[in-house]
Design a protein around this ligand. Sequence first.
Ligand SMILES: NC(=O)c1ccc[n+]([C@@H]2O[C@H](COP(=O)([O-])OP(=O)(O)OC[C@H]3O[C@@H](n4cnc5c(N)ncnc54)[C@H](O)[C@@H]3O)[C@@H](O)[C@H]2O)c1
Length: 254
Amino acid sequence: MFSLAGKKAVVTGGGSGIGRAISVLFAQQGAEVHIIELSEENAAATVQEITAAGGKAVAHSCNVASQADVLDTFNKIGALNILVNNAGIAHIGKADTTSEEDFDRVIKVNVKGVYNCLYAAIPQLRAAKGGVIVNMASIAALVGLSDRFVYSTAKGAVMAMTLSVARDYLHENIRCNSVSPARVHTPFVDGFLKNNYPGREAEMFEKLSKSQPIGRMAEPKEIAALVLYLSSDESSFITGCDYPIDGGFIKLNS
Ligand SMILES: NC(=O)c1ccc[n+]([C@@H]2O[C@H](COP(=O)([O-])OP(=O)(O)OC[C@H]3O[C@@H](n4cnc5c(N)ncnc54)[C@H](O)[C@@H]3O)[C@@H](O)[C@H]2O)c1
């Protein structure tokens, strides 16, 4: 079960955190993994980890916010079976404390970046006679989190794009779903704590861990396992759905 042998997969943001865990697991399951990354160094580290274990991976230096860059990269990759739209950036702020510059920056990566990859990938999925798309959303799109105005806005758009794409390509054998993690322990979280709570990182780490009723953050590999299921033939009846993976955050926090 869950074999990806003979499949070509693209993982955006595959150089770090959740994207790296997805790339490594996909390669273990037999996929040829193409990593689309802003950070050449991170992408190279993931490729090295995969090839050292005998897997197949290729790094592509690419900014998902640039359509020209993305089209060029997907044209090089050619026909593909799986797209994971994972690359994303964080932001802290309320509606009246989010600058126009920050609003545009987050939307450009977290919304336009997903659109750019869908735009470029769908013809390549069609060329492979169908395939699977998994978008990385967040619990921030499902519950009212404080200080996540533009981040939540962007992840809400990711969920809406998921439904739209699932509907439009239903009869072309292209499935599209999203996953919504609560807090996952990645460099994204460490960077967020360092920038926003300098000197209080350990205290805030503990607080964020406890905000999941299960008492801890997720490990990236736990998110990767769900993404593998949704990308495999075993989930062939699932499209147009969002899957919270949240240690009880949404339903058990009262
Ligand atoms: N970590 C969490 O708690 C958490 C929770 C819910 C959702 N998410 C989502 O999961 C995804 C991955 O998060 P993570 O924690 O692994 O983050 P991360 O910061 O560890 O990794 C993100 C990767 O994306 C790359 N990236 C950023 N902007 C890019 C761009 N413009 N073009 C190409 N690559 C780019 C970065 O270089 C980095 O390697 C994001 O979409 C994030 O919003 C994370």
